[in-house]
Design a protein around this ligand. Structure first.
Ligand code: ZN
Length: 482
C-alpha cells in the first residue's frame, strides 16, 4: 500500500512539474513577444470625511507587479482630470519600468499612489498626490514622486503662485523663491548636509513653485521629492512659509479668500499746512521717501552725510536695542530733519509674539527715542513686514500708523551696490516708499548715487512726515502709492 501511494505521488509530481514547465514557457513567450500583462482592475469606492469627495481605488496584481492607485473624485470634472492626468503619467513611468526589466529579475515591482487633502474650505481644495515605486533598483530603493495643487473648485482650476501675488508691484514669486531657498538651506545645515547652491538655484524658481499647498490660512507649503534639491537619503523636504510677511504682496481677491490677509491702505500725498512755506507739497512735486530700517549702525553717519550734502530727507526706522550704542546718530537723524520711526526693540515678528511683548517692544523703543529727540514716533514698521489683524489692533492701541513700503530693494540680500541702485531707480515713481537697510555696507555705498540720480530725474527726497503727514492713519497699515 505504502509503495503504491508513493508511486502515485511521484506520478503527480512529474505531472505538475511538466505543467509548471509549460506555463513557464508560455510566460516567457508572452514576455518576449507581447506587452506587459497589465492585469485586471479591481475598483473600490470609498467615502472620505468630505461629503462631496470620494476615493476611487484601482488595484491590479499579477505575478510581476502590484499596483494600487487612489484617485480623488471631486465635484469638478476638470480638477479630476488634472489630477488623473498626473497620476496616470506616474503609472506610465511604472509600466515602462516593467517593460524594460531584466527577465531574470525575481523582484515583484510595485507602485502605490495615494493622495492627501491638506485643506478643503471655502471652495478651495489643497491636495497632494504621491507615488512610491519599487522598480527593482538596488538595495530595495524606492522612488517617490509628488505633485500638489491648490484648486478653486468652482472654477475647476489650479491657483498659481502668480495668482496670489497678482496685485503686487513687487515680484512676489521672486520673494517666495528667496524664502524657500533660505528655508531649504537652513534645513540642510541642520541635517549636516552639504548645500549644493547651484542645484538650488537651478531647481527652485518661480516655475517650480507655481503650484503650492495651502495647509491653513497663514501658510504656503512646497514639497520637494527625495533627490530633487538634496541627497535622496534625507527623504522628502517640505518648506512651509508663513504668509504674515508676504501680506504686502497679497492684496488681491484670490489671496484674500485663501489666506487671512490684512488689507492695506494706500498713502495719499500730504498737503502741508499753508504756513509751512518751506515744506514741499507732494501733491504737485514728484516725491520719493527713502526709508532705512534696522539702525542706528556704524553706517548711519555715512548715510546722513550723503543725505545732508544734497538736502535730501529720509526716514529711519530704528531698533530700540541699537539706540544706546549710537545715541549721537539718533540725535543727528532728528536734528537734520529726518523722520524717526519705530522698528521694535529686538526685531521679532509681531505675528509670533504675545500682545504684552508686542506692546513692550513698541513702548520701550518709543521711550528711548523720546529721551534723545523729545519726540515720540508715530510711524511703526513691523519687523519683517509681518502683520495680521492683531498687529493692526495694537496700532490702534498705541495710536500709531503702520508703514510698509512700495519699492523693495532686497538690499539685505545683495552684496552689489549697483544692483541696489538699479532696483531703486527702476522701482520708483511719485509717492514711492523705498525700503533700504541701515547697517548694510553696499546700501551705504549706493546711497550717494541713488540721491544724485533721483534728484536729476526731478524727484524730491522727503521724509514720511512730509510725504503723508505725521501719523496719517493711526491703527492702519499702509504702503506707498507706487
Ligand atoms: Zn528690519
Amino acid at each position: 500500500m505504502a509503495r503504491r501511494y508513493s508511486d502515485l505521488t511521484l506520478w503527480r509530481a512529474a505531472l505538475s512539474l511538466s505543467t509548471i514547465a509549460a506555463l513557464l514557457a508560455v510566460l516567457i513567450a508572452l514576455r518576449s513577444f507581447g506587452p506587459v500583462d497589465r492585469g485586471r482592475d479591481i475598483v473600490h469606492w470609498q467615502v472620505t470625511k468630505y461629503k462631496d469627495i470620494k476615493t476611487k481605488t484601482v488595484e491590479r496584481a499579477t505575478s510581476e507587479y502590484s499596483s494600487t492607485i487612489e484617485y480623488p473624485v471631486t465635484p469638478s470634472s476638470a480638477i479630476n482630470a488634472i489630477i488623473a492626468k498626473k497620476i496616470d503619467a506616474y503609472s506610465d513611468v511604472f509600466f515602462a519600468a516593467i517593460e524594460t526589466r531584466y527577465p531574470e529579475s525575481d523582484r515583484r515591482f510595485s507602485q502605490n499612489t495615494s493622495y492627501q487633502i491638506v485643506r478643503y474650505a471655502n471652495g478651495y481644495l489643497s491636495l497632494g498626490v504621491s507615488t512610491v515605486r519599487d522598480v527593482g533598483l538596488a538595495e530595495r530603493v524606492k522612488t517617490r514622486d509628488t505633485a500638489y495643487w491648490t484648486f478653486d473648485v468652482k472654477k475647476g482650476k489650479a491657483i498659481s503662485l502668480t495668482d496670489i501675488f497678482s496685485s503686487s508691484p513687487v515680484d512676489g514669486p521672486a520673494r517666495v523663491v528667496l524664502y524657500t531657498k533660505q528655508s531649504l538651506r537652513a534645513k540642510m545645515k541642520k541635517s549636516r548636509i552639504d548645500i549644493d547652491n547651484a542645484l538650488l538655484d537651478r531647481v527652485v524658481n518661480p516655475a517650480r513653485l507655481a503650484n503650492f499647498l495651502a495647509p491653513n490660512s497663514s501658510s504656503i507649503r512646497f514639497d520637494f521629492t527625495p533627490g530633487e534639491v538634496a541627497p535622496a537619503s534625507i527623504g522628502q523636504l517640505s518648506v512651509t512659509l508663513p504668509t504674515d510677511n508676504l501680506q504686502l504682496f497679497m492684496q488681491n481677491d484670490t489671496a484674500n479668500k485663501l489666506f487671512s490677509v490684512v488689507s492695506l491702505g494706500n498713502v495719499h500725498a500730504y498737503t502741508p499746512p499753508s504756513q509751512a512755506d518751506t515744506s514741499v507739497n507732494c501733491d504737485t512735486a514728484k516725491c520719493v521717501a527713502l526709508t532705512f530700517d534696522d539702525g542706528p549702525s556704524p553706517y548711519t553717519g555715512r548715510l546722513l552725510d550723503a543725505l545732508s550734502k544734497s538736502g535730501a530727507h529720509a526716514t529711519f526706522f530704528l531698533i530700540g536695542q541699537n539706540i544706546a550704542r549710537y545715541p549721537q546718530a539718533v540725535q543727528r537723524i532728528h536734528e537734520e530733519g529726518h523722520t524717526v520711526g519705530n522698528h521694535s526693540w529686538s526685531h521679532p515678528s509681531f505675528t509670533r509674539i504675545k500682545d504684552a511683548a508686542m506692546r513692550s517692544e513698541i513702548d520701550r523703543t518709543n521711550g528711548a527715542i523720546y529721551k534723545l529727540t523729545g519726540q515720540t514716533p508715530t510711524f511703526l514698521r513691523p519687523p519683517n513686514g509681518a502683520i495680521d489683524a492683531n498687529v493692526a489692533k495694537m496700532l490702534t492701541a498705541v495710536n500709531m500708523t503702520g508703514m510698509l513700503w512700495s519699492v523693495d530693494t532686497r538690499d539685505w540680500a545683495s552684496r552689489s551696490s549697483s544692483a541696489i541702485y538699479n532696483r531703486v531707480i527702476s522701482g520708483v515713481g511719485p509717492g514711492a516708499i523705498v525700503i533700504l537697510h541701515d547697517g548694510h555696507k553696499p546700501s551705504a555705498d549706493a546711497l550717494p548715487r541713488i540721491v544724485e540720480s533721483l534728484q536729476k530725474d526731478g524727484y524730491v527726497l522727503v521724509n514720511l512726515d512730509e510725504l503723508v503727514g505725521p501719523n496719517p492713519a493711526p491703527g492702519k497699515i499702509i504702503s506707498g502709492t507706487d
